[in-house]
Design a protein around this ligand. Sequence first.
Ligand SMILES: *Cc1c(COP(=O)(O)O)cnc(C)c1O
Length: 239
Amino acid sequence: MIPDSMQTIRDNLDRVRRTISAAAQRTGRSAADVTLVAVTKYAEMESARALVNLGVVTLGESRPQQLVDRSSQLPNEIEWHLIGHLQRNKVRPVLQVATLIHSIDSMRLLERVNQIAQEIGITPRVLLEVNVSGEDVKDGFSAEDLLSAADQLASFEHARICGLMTMAPFSEDPESARPVFRRLRELQMELKPKLAGTHELKELSMGMSGDFHVAVEEGATLVRIGRTLYEGLDRPDKS
Ligand SMILES: *Cc1c(COP(=O)(O)O)cnc(C)c1O
């Protein structure tokens, strides 16, 4: 990678980290409570490598095949998170490399993950994707469905449900995401007691390039950031 590009990514990463810290501080949280998931789905392999060289340890991919391919090309210490839709026939290879799946968007998929996990003898960490805004185009559980399915959720013994994930509707105004993020946090509070003793619902995965400062203010423990990390590259990575 040419030095200029490395410097651009370094500056972008610094800016993102400072924004996370400031947002955490404003709400009495610590930046250490927020994990940056650097989304590499648009990025060239070079950029992903640069991020790793700059100390990023958690990378997110939205396509299962790309996650599997890239995980074999970067150091083993990298934590790979799947953030995009998982087809049932891709569960097995993904479970072998991903350390967290953010995008469990149906009970059928959760059942499948739990079953494969049992077969291969692992206890993978997963998040349930919630369609808070109720947009037709979005995958995920509705808040009502999750609350009424609490007993079933509690019965999964191999997949460990570690929290919830959501995407806010696209908007130019980051503030419009706030009610969505707040609702996800409320849902976490409502669901937690119902799953007490079975699943630790600690994580909230919310916030992307346009709205992650709002997400951190509203309690995000994981932010999924792509575009803004690659801004200003001479040959912008395709999106
Ligand atoms: C692409 C993607 C992101 C990152 O979005 P940016 O706007 O590039 O920061 C986050 N979450 C999911 C689910 C995505 O697909």
